[in-house]
Design a binder for this molecule. Structure first.
Ligand code: NAD
Ligand code: ZN
Length: 339
């Protein structure tokens, strides 16, 4: 097991990669614990949960909304939860975001922890202390920055995860390598077979590396004022694609990373040879490098989406594989490249 610590502004967080859900009881109080999960995770892993009340939400993004949050608050009250209670979210990013938000706000905040059960939750959503819910289609519009006491990343749970969800999570793993870690990029090139076959050592290696990178960035910039922006690599164009199509997040981010890498070449920062390596790696994990979309519409959405300063916007570019930076980029330059 590997342990990573994040010192948040108000509390600290231990992320435990390779720990087992069987040991969850060692991290929680003996009483006053409330578990939040979703139907899929409950079906496959509910037997391993410690013996405490469980609230099961419907799987999917549509659960990340206020009516569900209100029902959970009501359930907590009915079950006798109080300020000394403890919440555990066991699930993917949706469960972690809701459980974190509920715990951070119930009675002005009670402690909580996660067992992250999807690859995306293990390498991204459960790390960093952001939580939140959607409102009428506006994603993550209400939320807090509150660190969980612990996050258990049990990679054995990934055995029941649908393959498409695994691939979506791999997009964020590749992102971490591209922005910060050349060696991890090489590891992803050489261990594709092991990873796609869910070989435990390989999984623990990439989850650890991802957590290490995200934790270090979050530690340096908990409130997203500087370096945390690098985590948005591939997400500016990616989010625009996601908005105008039904393409899942991980796939949209893959196309967005290829876009940003291509722009990096065009601007003279990245070698074309490295760009080709990036394209090959993304494709080798079954992720797309192109999307059939109306580029003009995507471009409009991207401009509307981002706070921009006059005729420029922040874009995350690559100098090389493993080295990203924030660049003020002209809207005209972006337009010429995108269309
Ligand atoms: N807070 C953050 O910093 C942050 C960062 C990135 C993403 N997110 C959020 O995370 C969410 C996406 O997370 P996700 O991709 O994990 O989605 P998800 O939670 O919906 O999980 C994807 C699917 O996999 C199922 N599942 C999860 N674990 C499983 C397991 N072990 N076995 C079988 N099925 C399993 C779920 O039931 C669901 O159907 C989004 O709402 C996004 O906004 C938050
Ligand atoms: Zn993402």
């Amino acid at each position: 097991m590997e342990k990573f610590l994040i010192e948040g502004r108000d509390n600290h967080s231990a992320i435990l990669v390779g720990e087992s859900i069987e040991n969850l009881k060692n991290y929680i109080p003996d009483s006053g614990v409330f578990i939040i999960t979703d139907e899929n995770v409950d079906k496959f892993h509910g037997k391993t949960f410690p013996d405490f009340p469980v609230y099961v939400i419907e799987p999917g993004e549509s659960s990340k909304d206020f009516p569900v949050v209100a029902k959970i608050y009501r359930w907590l009250l009915d079950e006798g939860a109080d300020r000394s209670s403890f919440v555990v979210g066991i699930g993917g990013g949706v469960v972690c975001d809701i459980a974190g938000f509920v715990a951070a706000t119930f009675m002005r905040g009670i402690p909580f922890g996660f067992v992250a059960s999807s690859l995306l939750a293990q390498v991204d959503a459960s790390v960093g202390g952001k939580n939140g819910v959607n409102l009428e289609g506006y994603k993550n519009i209400v939320g807090t920055f509150t660190q969980p006491d612990f996050v258990i990343c049990d990679t054995a749970l990934l055995r029941t995860l649908p393959e498409s969800e695994f691939r979506n999570g791999m997009a964020e793993v590749i992102k971490h390598a591209l922005i910060r870690d050349t060696e991890m990029f090489t590891y992803l090139q050489t261990h594709r077979h092991a990873l796609l076959n869910l070989q435990p050592d390989a999984l623990n290696t990439i989850v650890s590396q991802s957590v290490k990178i995200k934790a270090a960035i979050v530690q340096a910039d908990e409130r997203e004022q500087g370096v945390r922006r690098l985590l948005n690599f591939g997400h500016t164009w990616g989010h625009a694609i996601e908005k105008i199509s039904k393409i899942p997040h991980g796939q949209a981010v893959s196309v967005g990373m290829v876009f940003a890498a291509g722009l990096s070449v065009q601007q003279g920062y990245l070698e074309n040879e490295e760009y080709q390596k990036i394209l090959n790696l993304i494709e080798s994990y079954g992720l797309p490098v192109l999307a059939e979309i109306d580029k003009k519409q995507a471009f409009e959405v991207m401009l509307k989406d981002k706070k921009r300063e006059r005729e420029q916007m922040h874009f995350i570019l690559l100098e090389s594989i493993g080295k990203a930076f924030v660049k003020e980029t002209d809207i005209e330059t972006l337009k010429t490249f995108a269309l």
